[in-house]
Write a protein that binds this ligand. Structure first.
Ligand code: NAI
Length: 272
């Protein structure tokens, strides 16, 4: 492990969504710890059954508090307890949560199950609003606090395999703008999304055609795909005091993928 630079020294936070060592949230927790932060780890009760998170909690000296991000009462309890355990208001929150039953069960976009579509939007997008609203009502964030959630470029452009998660990410980015406005005005809290490259995680691998797509993205992007560790680096920067005036943004962290039309590598493959 490399030495940190104390970028988050004295900062307190909550990290949602570390499932296993591949999770973007897992890497972010390790990095935040390295940079001197104290935080509470949380995930849905069902995701905690395997016990993998205990290892990360030990490694980072963190407490685990279970909470389903679609349940207001559980979020209220989580945020109130986190403030108490950490001994003060929160400086950062990482929302690293996504799930679509339609993707999981292979329902195509033209034949969606609407109960599942509701679930996709609730878990993957509205949960961000719930987290923000709960923190806002409890006045649990410190001034200049920073909230990050993770998005994907399918919020702006069509990626057929991404299915209803594309709509969830669009909604999440919209909530980021609208709550970012409110929270900025009220308390100087900033709210942003990081739009990450395809990454080999449980959620990533669930998307149709992922194995081929990740190679395609690697070939398109001038810098190649951004890894989960690099995403953690960027997130830590966004939690730090060096990015205080950035809010309501969707920040592409994808090696240039989103702004590249075609690359020489791909042209060669097509004999161009
Ligand atoms: P992951 O599978 O490790 O993390 C997803 C997390 O969401 C899991 O920890 C899961 O337990 C949690 N979750 C699901 N339902 C929940 C609920 N009701 N309450 C609380 N937590 C719940 O996968 P990954 O890739 O680390 O995903 C993190 C975020 O990054 C997601 O928002 C995902 O959409 C986003 N992202 C992932 C990309 C990829 O290719 N892996 C690319 C761009 C964005």
């Amino acid at each position: 492990m490399t030495m940190g630079n104390n970028l988050l020294k004295g900062k307190r936070g909550i990290i949602f969504g570390a499932l296993d060592e591949h999770s973007i949230a897992w890497k972010t927790a390790e990095k935040a710890h390295e940079e001197g932060a104290k935080f509470v780890l949380t995930n849905a009760p069902i995701a905690l059954r395997m016990g993998a998170l205990n290892k990360l909690a030990e490694e980072t000296g963190s407490t685990i508090i279970p909470a389903d991000a679609t349940d207001n009462a559980e979020l209220e309890k989580l945020i109130a307890e986190a403030v108490e355990i950490l001994g003060g208001p929160l400086d950062f929150i990482l929302h690293s949560i996504g799930m679509s039953p339609n993707v999981r069960k292979g329902k195509p976009y033209t034949d969606l199950n609407y109960d599942w579509f509701h679930k996709t939007l609730d878990v993957s997008a509205m949960s961000l609003h719930r987290v923000l609203q709960t923190a806002y009502k409890l006045d649990a964030m410190a001034e200049w606090g920073s909230v990050i959630s993770l998005s994907f470029v399918a919020a702006q452009r069509a990626f057929p395999g991404y299915n209803d998660m594309a709509d969830a990410k669009s909604l999440m980015e919209s909530i980021t703008r609208n709550f970012g406005y409110q929270y900025g005005n009220a308390k100087k809290v900033r709210v942003n999304t990081i739009s990450q490259s395809p990454t080999l995680t449980t959620a990533g691998k669930g998307v149709g055609g992922f194995d081929q797509f990740i190679n395609f993205a690697e070939d398109i992007s001038p810098l190649g795909n951004a890894s989960a560790e690099q995403c953690a680096d960027y997130t830590v920067m966004m939690f730090s005091d060096y990015t205080r005036m950035v809010t309501m943004q969707n920040l592409f962290h994808d090696g240039g993928f989103s702004f590249t039309g075609i690359s020489e590598k791909v042209m060669k493959k097509y004999g161009m």
